[in-house]
Design a protein around this ligand. Structure first.
Ligand code: ARG
Ligand code: ZN
Length: 473
């Protein structure tokens, strides 16, 4: 979710024309994604991700010195080859690669832009599991994207924040950087003693490291899209606990006065329990949230099991709306992930709709009242951009968020509450820990609701003018 100043910027450009796929789809590949040599074939981000293999687990050992901004990394990538691989690509932006091995044998490696190209001593055979180990170091640099802002490792006043959508991971580790290749993660983050180092998933404790450093360990066992990985290093006050047998770990920047940010984050488990009553079981093994006080971060991001929030969200007092939004993404975005970026409304429409439901649950505006306000207030910029084909420049536009949520409400009004809430739970359950497309959502909706809904979705998701208000069929 973006804070107001950013949300108002640049939302009205025409959708980008679709690029032609560059090669034919591999059987069994993610629907809608066409593999290419460097890039998984996402029409909006042609170089993101890589084809030819599927990562199961990243083991990331990173040592970072905020004083010098120097990072030293040792990444182990466990993957399975989908084809014979005489060479393969990983995404890595900046940094210096010192050593690469494949199954323990030294491998040749070159850099091409933001790609690391690895040529193993012998080709990896189709179907084989293999392990790549990369030793690297340097000063990480965030990625610049003219239209949607920067993503990646940011050096902050007292540490660093690694965060961003659609890309961030490749600025601090070698990765198949596309949500179609989800994997488990283990993190060992080594920082000067006295600093906190938070990442995703279950906290695995801390232990002293050489040179007066401390190593913080974290693990995320559920499949995670690379843009949902995060590391936050610095001076933070931390809160730990347990909820329904799962660890809770939250952190708030020490520069912020104790108050609204701490109180809002403390509501995390209450909000998660409410969302669970609507969407079905909470999908992950840990809870939490991190509030950063870094002016370059003006948004919140649903980093898996532990969203990161800009402090700006809490300057006006308690704000559980943003917490509801980021937690709703744990189901829609994190557990059920986009297969390609043009399906972003599946994340943002449903997470924004969760804010509307939470508001009603808390006794503020009802979902219908919020729909009515949005429907009346939305201008041409919203109606001209189709949320299910927004174009890369409009990935985080009002259309994707507000019209996406209006589309969800229009569906609810059309099919009735029974079918609608059954659909949300069915979608979360059937696609749990996977990837999904808009076409699959439409098919699931028609199956669960027992109705033909293509005209409804055509208008709300793909139309370029304001659809008529919905009525019950
Ligand atoms: N997915 C995030 C959210 O809705 C927003 C990320 C905004 N990113 C950006 N590059 N503007 O919570
Ligand atoms: Zn969102």
């Amino acid at each position: 979710l973006v804070t107001v100043a950013l949300a108002l910027a640049g939302c009205t450009a025409d959708p980008e024309p679709r690029r032609e796929p560059r090669s034919t789809p591999t059987p069994g590949a993610t629907p809608g994604v066409t593999p290419g040599p460097a890039g998984v074939g996402d029409p909006y981000f042609p170089t993101a991700g890589n084809s030819g293999y599927d990562v199961e687990r990243y083991t990331l050992k990173v040592r970072y010195d905020p004083a010098s901004d120097e990072l030293r990394g040792d990444a182990t990538v466990r993957a399975t080859a989908g084809a014979d691989l005489p060479l393969f690509h990983l995404d890595l932006a900046g940094l210096t690669v010192r050593r690469v091995t494949v199954d323990g044998n030294p491998a040749r490696h070159t850099r091409e832009g933001t790609e690391l190209v690895v040529t193993p001593a012998a080709p990896v055979r189709a179907g084989a599991a293999f392990t790549v180990q990369v030793g690297y170091d340097g000063r990480p640099e965030p990625l610049r994207n003219e239209t949607i802002g920067e993503g990646g490792w940011l050096h902050t006043a007292d540490g660093a924040v690694a965060l961003g959508q659609p890309e961030s991971a490749s600025t601090w580790f070698p990765v198949n950087d596309h949500p179609s290749d989800k994997a488990a993660y283990d993190f060992e983050i080594t920082v000067p003693k006295g600093l906190v180092a938070v990442a995703n998933g279950v906290p695995r404790g801390q232990r002293p490291a050489a040179g007066g450093y401390t190593t913080w360990r974290w693990s995320e066992a559920a499949p995670m899209a690379s843009y949902l990985s995060t590391v936050v290093i610095g001076k933070y006050r931390t809160t730990t606990g347990e909820h329904r047998g799962r660890p809770v770990f939250s952190a708030v920047a020490d520069t912020l006065p104790r108050g609204a940010a701490d109180e809002s984050i403390a509501r995390t488990v209450t909000v998660a329990d409410y969302l669970e009553s609507v969407f079905g079981p909470y999908p992950f093994a840990a809870y939490g949230g991190v509030v950063v006080d870094e002016p370059r971060i003006r948004y919140a991001l649903e980093t898996q099991s532990r969203p990161v929030y800009s402090a700006n969200f809490f300057r006006g007092g308690e704000n559980t709306g943003v917490v509801a939004h980021e937690l709703a993404h744990q189901w829609f975005g994190d557990s059920v992930s986009v297969a390609r970026w043009e399906d972003i409304w599946l994340n943002e429409g449903l997470a924004t709709y969760a804010e509307w439901l939470w508001s009603e649950h808390e006794g503020r505006d009802s979902a219908q009242a919020t729909f009515d306000q949005q429907y009346a207030a939305s201008d041409d910029g919203v109606w001209r951009v189709p949320p299910a084909a927004p174009g890369a420049a409009n990935l985080f536009s009002e259309s994707v968020y507000q019209r996406g949520a209006m589309a969800v409400h229009a569906l609810r009004v059309t099919v009735g509450d029974d079918a609608f809430f059954r659909l949300l739970r069915t979608w979360a359950a059937e696609k749990r820990n996977g990837n999904a497309t808009t076409a699959e959502f439409v098919a699931t909706a028609e199956r669960v609701c027992g109705q033909q809904l293509d005209d409804l979705f055509a208008g709300w998701l793909y139309g370029t003018e304001r659809p008529a208000p919905p009525t019950r069929r």
